[in-house]
Design a protein around this ligand. Sequence first.
Ligand code: ZN
Length: 335
Amino acid sequence: MQLRLAGEQLHIEGWPGVVAVNRSEVAARRQGYGLLLEWQAPAGHCAMLLEPETAATLAAWLPSITVQRDSSTRRWLWSALFLSIGLPLLLLALFFAFRAKIVDAVVARIPAAQEINLGEQLWQMQSARLKLIKGTAANRFLEEIGTRLAQARPTPYSYRFSLADDPSVNAFAMPAGFIVVHRGLIEKTASAEEVAGVLAHEIEHAEQRHALRGLAQELGFTAVWIAVTGDVGGGVAGEWLKGLAGMQFSRAQEAAADAGGYQRLLAAKIDPRGMASFFETLSGQQGDLPGGLSLLSTHPASAERAAALKAQLQSAPSFPPLPYDWATIRASIAR
Ligand SMILES: [Zn+2]
């Protein structure tokens, strides 16, 4: 096909024969880098797409060229692009921008019954990995004081307090009230009140759903990732347990657990001074402790927290000491 300009006419040769198009009757508009020519012929509507080079030579001859694109094609193209790339990216961006608020909203809407169900599944898996100590005076202490603290306020959970045969100074709270204390913590504490302070703090982590929130944050990301990539894999519970092992609470969460724990000790009529004295013990110990669910790796500023508590303690009421002989309790788990 050849194009030839003849005055006011454009001759298109080989279409078949020669087609003559009048300059005044042709409409031209840009299509990408090329040019789309359209005109009405006796046979009907004609259209021809010109390559960029041909378009350039013809541009001067044409009366006018509209820049408007084929809008329906464009719109379709943009929609397809948006749906395949833009939308997932937008969702991802929105998710990151509002991540904390989204996670808060999701966590607030998880019914207690569902959390308890999840907590029990997690505990089954987690407890199988722990070497638990059972039936000692230390177990009885944890159960009695833990229950007293847990029931000082209304709670949807049935708390379970376990003792792990582990020498590290550690304690952690799993979703729905599964609290674990390590043997090392009992060995390093000087009084029943110190352990009560740790229990009150861990109970607050559970009540304020800190572990659940951390898990939702991890799974929330996974959920979005699945939506973007279509890559679904792995058992959900397994994922949650993995997330739990790597979890770190924020400073704000720790401060909230301290503040709530302090109030909880008062409500249970237990002297809160033990909480502060244990933080002092902790602050001298940091550095040689394991990560993961570690009480200390997640509680980095023990000295600071002891100082904050001390200010509160000046006005704290006194309660009679807890009726436990701490030496006997420590001896019950001695190795
Ligand atoms: Zn904590």
